[in-house]
Design a protein. Structure first.
Length: 96
């Protein structure tokens, strides 16, 4: 594989983490933005075999678990922040 596509843009080997193609390898322009589908010079190639259903299911479950863990951390951090703000307010009132 060459370091650049025919358009001259550098390529990057990436892994898809979408629900449709979790773990699927591809190459695209180094400037590829999967969120908006912009592919630099519009060159895009899958670089592995299709995944089987159980792989997709396991990857999707792991991704959901990761999101759940991150969400619980965010809730916990938000609670801690609120608690600290409340403590700070109490301290300010005591000092007045």
């Amino acid at each position: 594989m060459a370091a650049n596509f025919a358009c001259g843009l550098p390529i990057a080997r990436r892994t898809s983490w979408t629900n449709e193609n979790p773990g699927h390898k591809f190459v695209a322009s180094k400037f590829y933005n999967y969120e908006i589908g912009q592919r630099g010079c519009n060159t895009f190639e899958w670089h592995d075999e299709d995944i089987v259903h159980w792989q997709k299911d396991v990857t999707s479950m792991l991704e959901a678990e990761k999101h759940s863990i991150l969400k619980s951390r965010l809730v916990s951090e938000s609670y801690e922040k609120d608690r600290l703000v409340e403590e700070l307010e109490k301290m300010k009132k005591k000092s007045l």
